[in-house]
Design a protein around this ligand. Sequence first.
Ligand code: 1ZZ
Length: 583
Amino acid sequence: MARSLVELLTTHAENHPDRTAYRHLVTGDSDGEIQHLTYARLLTRSRAVAAWLQERGLAGSRAMLLHPPGLEFICAYLGCLAAGVVAVPAVPPQGRSQNHRALLRTKRLLADADAKVILGGREVIAALGAMADHLPELDGVTRVATEEIPDEAAGAWRDPGLAPDSVAFLQYTSGSTSVPRGVMVTHGNLLHNERLITERMGHTPDTIEEYGHELFVSWLPVYHDMGLIGPVLNTLYLGATATLFSPLHFLQRPARWLTAVSRFRPHSSGGPNFAYELCLKHATPQLLDQLDLSSWKVAFNGAEPVRAATLRRFTDTFAEAGFRRTAPYPCYGLAEATLMVTGGSADTPPSLLAADGDGPHGGEADAAAVGCGRPGPGLTVVIADPERQKERPEGGVGEIWVGGASVAKGYWRNALATRETFRATLPGRTGRFLRTGDLGFLRDGELFVTGRLKDLIVIDGRNHYPQDLELSAELSHPALRPGCTAAFAVDGGTEGEQPVMVAELTPDAAGETEKIGDLIRSAIGEAHGLSVRAVVLVHPGTIPKTSSGKIQRRATRAAYLDGTLAVVGGSDTGQTGEGRPVT
Ligand code: 1ZZ
């Protein structure tokens, strides 16, 4: 049995060198320019990158990857793995408005990962070169555009002798600039999770053959676990073919996703719930007429709460284009467990459970809880009472804990956070558990995710750390008290979660509340790309804190929803009664 994805790549390149591993839709359009990467090319390119790293004595160190969406990223990522270098995928700084934020994040990650080399696309490497004088963080960090490493370098590659326990890459939990946490994913974790995805999604050898190896179509970002471990690496694991395009091209025209599925006829494709909503917004009779979605067997939906209403509307709308009733595939996972924890079945429709526990009926079906499937082989999911570290009985809501071979090794250079998150124990159970910080319950072995214990805010499938939003808000005006802002999300129905900012003002700022509210709104818009549902300005000392001075976001949220916050000013765009106007 293969001990790493690197070994598997070698086997595939020997067995079917000319098969396309990945195609990249350069413009996002299925009838536009398409780049192809065969298994043989992928092996050569990844070995060239690997040998280049090995020659510079970088084995064992970290390499940051800053590539735009495309095939070069995959060659570089596998090049790191083949060199025994720990890959650190990151979002490349691009686009003017994003530059400042992206650069700040790049600098923080570079320092936290202690990366010795940056591999990137030509443009990113050139841009970093131009800024190098002002970026002391780049001192001593080698930079290279991977396109420029010649094929001939591949000959010098040496097998690094990868062990299942060695770290393959660091998955930085997306978005956090203030508290970067790199999840250490080992080669063993990767193989285990790929086996699990394969089993849960029904990617059997017969199915892959039947589909002519067309396994995935994906626009998901590859620096995020769902895009990377999912479509990109599951394709590699199975020696199949995936069609990829940029998330920006999807966001510009969501119909491109459906058109690509229709054209390339993959078995599996998916994204967060918001992506299905976006498609619904753009579904026109002309589009429906052109589509044939009948190949699509697994339409996976995860990374944020899965909504029964979205599944129903999507299935009803696209049935006309051949979309199967059994295709919606809710699933749950997180970077700390490599990727997938639970998933449905490829051949059955999702389970819906009405609030009274009797299954959905009539018009209430849209409000039903959606089952996220069962744990894959080799994983155990238990529901724990987080206060008492005890297992909850079947059906009881508690924190989702996960044990098994997909659970990552810990957080990079953060022993405290590793102990708190990865080393939980339960009476009567052997082994250590990962505390996910998510809430849910089990029913007949199926997981239902009901909420979140941790403060993470998930909007349009992107994770935002409240600390980051709070810092951006506080910096927008001097009258905002440092460390006295709370960011949290409220439920906006099919709009998904929406952020609310509560901020304490110094007493002398009372006359300026409207201006300050607007500044916070635009700071969050510019720095995080989020549209704030409500800004609530309050007197000093209003925001509840722990005895050690930590912001109590959940308590602040509860007070906001109850209407018990003493408000000085602000603005509210909430359309429902939930966030009442505050000015
Ligand atoms: P991340 C081809 N969350 O988002 C294979 N699922 O990781 C695809 N909340 O660490 C397989 N309901 O960034 C897909 N169903 O965030 C595998 O996101 C399953 O709060 C999807 O702690 C994996 C998504 C990976 C991902 C993790 C956090 C979780 C949770 C939230 C994920 C969710 C969900 C509600 C779900």
